[in-house]
Design a protein around this ligand. Sequence first.
Ligand code: IPD
Ligand code: CA
Ligand code: CA
Length: 261
Amino acid sequence: MNLDTIARVALQAADRGGRALCRCFGNLSRIDKKGRIDLVTEADLASERVVVETIRAHFPHHGILAEESGRSGGDDGGTWIIDPLDGTTNFAHNLPLFAVSIAYAEGGVVRHGTILNPVRGELFQASAGRGATLNGRPIQVSRTSQLASALLMTGFPYDLDKTLDTVVGRLKACLAMVQGVRRPGAAALDLCDVACGRCDGFWEERLKPWDTAAGALIVTEAGGRVTDFDGVAFSPEMPSILATNGAIHRALADLLEPAGG
Ligand code: IPD
Ligand code: CA
Ligand code: CA
């Protein structure tokens, strides 16, 4: 499949999704719970509706994996992996830090990623082998090579009650060694921040393909490295992700893994 066409449709879909989100922002009449702290709002649903509609209109036979509606469509050709609103908890609290994330994969390998932060007007894109861009300009990961100078980002899974000790163990191990750790609340944007060098690394466990598929490609196309905590190369189905500028990858993996036991 022509990646230029894919990128064009992904942009159109992200743009429509982003507009739907901005219409609802600060204006939510309904917030439901999928779990104790896992929310879904009318904004998630409205964005997903227009993103899926846009992709279907162009590629009626492609498969779709979208956070709120699950799998649909065929599997001949490509699969689109969609997070219509990454950062739902931020959104529900009127914190303007959220995104639409759209990936396109063939044979389980991500070939294109588009992530739009509609509030900041930041569009991150990458196609396999072609580099990564922010608003059309090439981006690169940072050059930080020492953990002591590294700014990291992380996130916490919704089923924290089952994983609290491990999550806190990993956080503690990192806090003791690095310059700082942030928890912004939208994994797709955390990955973009690694890709454009605003931070040097990101880790999180128990993520889903829609959280990571687009962002992981954007990081690798920006010159970074993405694996699980054991160093296994990224694939969208893997729940744990470590994305760095490459230079601190090994050292950070060594910090994270002992905490996991
Ligand atoms: C969540 C965000 C958050 C991360 C969670 C994700 P959602 O996605 O990316 O930063 O810590 O693990 O599930 O629910 O806002 O799409
Ligand atoms: Ca998400
Ligand atoms: Ca979401």
